[in-house]
Design a protein around this ligand. Structure first.
Ligand SMILES: [Zn+2]
Length: 367
């Protein structure tokens, strides 16, 4: 079946939607926890179910080397391997590969693996094959993502290659004939509005089930990011999901929702959690701080998550300071619950016309 999207409410460009796929439905705005190596670090599948996560992101780069796509495929794809029945979205592996100073040509990218030091090659067609073996519901095309700031010719080259590769990836995907899987194209173009518009047009001309907005939150300031995002979204179709790749800080999420983004992923809530940094309705703090030594209150008095219902700041501080693995797990569970709840609040706010107050609140707490 085709992927469809029903826009249930709008508030300016912001929207609350339900996406329907062969796997089921996803309500948006939606935050996707990142399952780097086949699990979201420090938590298990049952935790994600209890948290109400709808889509989990799998990192192709890591699964490519350990345990390898063949193993994952034989064990039922990521769904069977991890016993996860929600949606799986995989990246192409390109983002990690481009951080390894690879050799890039028009055909693909050659890099040395951080796992075994050997030379590997990733092409648009190869990225489709790997993500198909991993069993992703939604695949991302291989794109070229330059850091910012980059000189104009570098951004231009990324737009050209991304368009060229997107067309090849689409052909390879369509050739599979899988009607229960979907593929998203990716818009590049740095913070240059004209290049963003061109990249959006070239990507939508090829035609995908949804669109990733890549190459943002890679060094530019937030105002530049939001301007580039607005320029991009103006040229994306309303009847396709929009996914802002790699943005997951509270202000970034609500500002992007206000501009019309549906999907997000980011390692921030889980990485923060492992280091004791807590997201809360009182702003961000580190639970290891001495001031929590005798604090009997929850991490966040406004948070309905299991961790906040049960444990005190003093207990969680103690666990973190003696390096108990449980500290990382509980902080991660809270941060994920908090971030998922933020997108749910934004969804309600779009419906109620109160998104402005959520924006004001997040800016006051996190800017
Ligand atoms: Zn909580």
């Amino acid at each position: 079946m085709t992927l469809s999207i029903e826009v249930e409410a709008t508030h300016g460009p912001a929207r609350a939607t339900t996406i329907t796929t062969a796997r089921g439905t996803v309500t948006t705005p939606c935050f996707m926890p990142v399952g780097t190596r086949g699990t979201v670090r420090a938590v298990e599948t049952e935790d994600l179910e209890r948290l109400g996560a709808q889509i989990v992101l799998g990192n192709t780069y890591h699964l490519l080397f350990r345990p390898g796509p063949g193993t994952v495929e034989r064990l039922g794809g990521i769904h069977g391997f991890a016993d996860w029945s929600g949606h799986v979205l995989t990246d192409s592996g390109g983002y990690q590969v481009f951080s390894l100073s690879p050799k890039v040509d028009d055909d693909g990218v050659t890099f040395r693996s951080t796992y075994d030091g050997d030379e590997y090659r990733l092409t648009p067609e190869g990225a489709v094959a790997v993500q198909t073996a991993l069993g992703a519901d939604i695949q991302m095309v291989l794109d070229q993502c330059p850091p910012l700031p980059s000189p104009d010719p570098v951004v231009r080259e990324a737009v050209e290659r991304t368009a060229l590769w997107a067309a090849r990836a689409r052909r390879a995907f369509v050739d599979l004939g899988a009607d229960d899987r979907y593929q998203f194209g990716i818009v590049q173009g740095g913070v240059d509005a004209a290049m963003r518009v061109e990249s959006a047009q070239r990507t939508t001309d090829i035609g995908f089930e949804g669109y990733g907005i890549g190459g943002l939150s890679v060094g530019e300031d937030r105002d530049a990011m939001l301007a580039a995002l607005a320029a991009t979204i103006a040229h994306l179709p309303e009847d396709r999901p929009r996914y802002l790749m790699g943005v997951g800080d509270p202000v970034g999420i609500v500002e992007a929702i206000a501009l019309g983004v549906d999907l997000f992923d980011c390692v921030l809530p889980t990485r923060f959690g492992r280091h004791g940094t807590i997201l809360s309705s009182e702003g961000r703090f580190n639970i290891k701080n001495r001031r929590f030594a005798d604090d009997a209150g929850p991490l966040d008095p406004m948070c309905p998550c299991r961790v906040c219902q049960r444990y005190s700041r003093a207990y969680l501080r103690h666990l973190a300071n003696v390096h108990e693995p449980t500290a990382a797990r509980l902080s991660t569970l809270h941060n994920l619950a908090w971030t998922l709840r933020l997108t749910e609040r934004a969804r309600e706010a779009v419906r109620d016309g109160t998104l402005e107050s959520v924006r004001t609140e997040m800016r006051a707490l996190y800017d």
